[in-house]
Design a protein around this ligand. Sequence first.
Ligand SMILES: Nc1nc2c(ncn2[C@@H]2O[C@H](COP(=O)(O)OP(=O)(O)OP(=O)(O)O)[C@@H](O)[C@H]2O)c(=O)[nH]1
Length: 742
Amino acid sequence: MTHRVKNIGYDEDDLFDQDDYVEEEQGYSAEDRDNFASLTPVVRAELEEAGVQVSDLQIEEALWHYYWDVGKSVTFLKGARKPEPDAKKEKPKSRFDEAAHKYAKKADNVHRPHLSGVEWFRNTPWRDVDPENVGILVPAPDNRPEPRLLGGSTKLAKLAEERRRKAAASQGAPAPSTGSLSSLDRLSKPKDIVDNKEPSPRVEVKKYPIRRKEPSPPPQSPTPPPVEPKEILPDLRSQPTAFGRTLAVSPPRASTISAAMLRDILGVETNSEPFNEPSPDDRILKAAAVKPESSAAAPEQIRVRSKGLDVLKIWLKDRPKRKPSAAFVVVGHVDHGKSTLMGRLLLDTGAVTQRDIDKYKKQATELGKSSFALAWVMDTGTEERERGVTVDIAQHHFSTDKVDFTILDAPGHRDFVPNMLGGASMADFAVLVVDINNLESGMKGQTKEHILLAKAVGLQRIVVAVNKLDTTVPPWSQARFDSVRNEVTGSLEKEGFDIGNIIFVPCSGLSGGNVVKPLSGEPTQQWTFKTYTTLLHALEQSIPDATKQEKVEKPFRMQITDVFRGGITNPLSIAGRIASGQIQVGDAVIVQPSGESAAIKAIEVNADGRDWAVAGELCNLHLTDVDAQYLHSGDTVCDSRKPVLVAHTVTVDITALDSLLPQSVDIHIGRLNVPGAVSQLLFTLDAKGEVLKKKPRIIKTGQRAVVKITLETPAPLEAGDCVVLRAEGSTIAAGAVDNVNS
Ligand SMILES: Nc1nc2c(ncn2[C@@H]2O[C@H](COP(=O)(O)OP(=O)(O)OP(=O)(O)O)[C@@H](O)[C@H]2O)c(=O)[nH]1
């Protein structure tokens, strides 16, 4: 299942209770509107071809209902809209009829068109039910009130009504009203009250996708519920001791001096209740949105009970039986074929079906981008599909007999390098995709930068997929492959990759050659599998060593890569990779930099529910007892007893990739991206780490140095964290945190 890692910026108005949600036309997100803009014309064109006229609103409703499925929307609208009757054949309408018709048409545009049951469920997959399982509709019992004499028709009826009124009056009850007045009374009351029934419970509309709306006021119940008489229980508590009473009794309110008295004494106007307003300190803290220091304390109220598991023991016991898992980030220059190659990998390993690919092919062809069908497995966003460019990190899982893999498909475009960094920081190793015909452009662009960044975030192993070999002249040219291989090897070694940790694969994502299956081609092409291996085999050879026990024993740390609604039962969830420690359901955590506490309600690893997770695992944590406004991509969730420090300044050991002065920079630590400045150049170092020069005025390209960085917004950082410094869209330095100063 694809999981798109994207920072959902929760707006103020996102933060309302799920139960309050009511669909509202104005509440579409920017992505929804993009989808409407691109898909409405496609649906309209198909409908026009079939001679069906519908409004934009109806198309949008159908697209929303079918989660942007053009085919289903078209079928639905075709079924829903019968051709309008020929106006000429209609007999002339009265003005009243015309007004009624006009109003009905307007209402038809706003509400879903009326459909029969069969039409309504036309496209639903669960419609094909075996005959023996088909339910039978039994007419509901007639709920109309029992017929009784209401008065007004016969003399007998009038007499009966008169008697009833008298009887009611003699018992002190108000006499039932009659005639037209009674009808008007009924109109002004809710139906439930009119029928003298308990009000029927309101059906709450629950929605999963995030839609924006103003929080609705809580529903008003028409009649207040009857007050249950309280059962009086004997008080079994013992009386407090004298000491306890002293502690518990509120101190007597200090005698207050009235404002008038103060004015008389001081001769100036004063505020008689000065502590009713926030102090200047409170105002500054609020403005800086920094929590007071007590924030590191354990949360007061946790509704989830801890499982009390010995996670380390379970993990150590399970380890030999568990299939290894690994995450790899796919990097490389824009359009070199990363998403297509991953689409092919997923298709040929059975993680997606040919039917899915055919569906994407059909949709991609409609947008004139048929060659992107495989890439659409990974590129699920509308912008990505329209532009044919990956924007954000996409996650996908697949398994072989030996390993459970997670793909992190990174964008190749230079504008999205921060997203690429977020993905790379979660990976165990990298897959660098190189277009065999366009190495030069890649080396000037993101192929080179991505090699550098992969190393900067601490990746050691790399698989180089030399792609599009079907396009060389002649196809699958070994000479061309060798020349690309030599050049890329030089770059990788320059950035510090060990030659033993690099595997080259000649392949074609589009044709599938050498991806999962060895290329079955001409004898001249057999070098591909005789000398090299398939991409899948190379991935299995690159998995990291098993997580070390010391890492699991460290305090829990996980950087948030995504905040999302995990479902109706899990309205607030986060995704990330556990950097150290362990976590279990019921644990209390602290979110930094907000300092808010939260409780772990549920855990998912590789889309499976689990009671615990440990360092190295990519997981979704479903949270409770915390508000979404305190959670952002780049924040760190950590052990509530040993929270990570929130840093204002850090000293960083970096290698300059461009000349570096005291200057403004963007600081990237995994998914975290904060503005700041290189505030001091402390000293330059030689290759062994010995100090070369103190307080240099400039750090030259390629030089190693220790610099002080001041963060504009305090951020959770620890010694050893990998840091990338960027300025004006280019990477200018990379290194690791030495010291953190809060
Ligand atoms: N002939 C041929 N074309 C390919 C191959 N792989 C990808 N392409 C084409 O190259 C174009 C770009 O492919 P993508 O998979 O979107 O490239 P990308 O590297 O993921 O692009 P970004 O994610 O935007 O950086 C598409 O038109 C693909 O059909 C291949 O092996 N052979």
